[in-house]
Design a protein around this ligand. Structure first.
Ligand SMILES: [Zn+2]
Length: 94
């Protein structure tokens, strides 16, 4: 499993909708991948908040929204990854 696949199945994972096998693979990946672990943590927090507010299941649109956020984050992470060993350009300061 790579990060992209993990991120793709995260909402299902957090909803407990993934199979045991996939869950284990995700757990194993999270053990070794800090980036994905951060994603899971923040998503868990969001979901916990929603559950506290609504005291029932998470509405479907939050899943869709989360998926969009994750896709966006994955894209950003990809863009940040140096493609080739090109000379370092000046980085924008934050
Ligand atoms: Zn990862």
């Amino acid at each position: 499993m790579n990060c992209r696949r993990i991120l793709g199945s995260l909402t299902d994972y957090l909803h407990g909708e993934t199979g045991v096998k996939v869950c284990e693979e995700i757990d194993r990946h999270l053990d070794g991948c800090k980036k994905c672990r951060i994603h899971v943590d923040s998503m868990r927090q969001i979901i916990t908040l929603y559950q506290r507010w609504r005291d029932d299941t998470i509405p479907k649109d939050i899943s869709i929204r989360l998926k969009q956020v994750i896709a966006e984050e994955a894209r950003k992470a990809d863009a940040r990854k140096p493609r080739k060993a090109s000379k370092t350009r000046k980085r924008p300061k934050r």
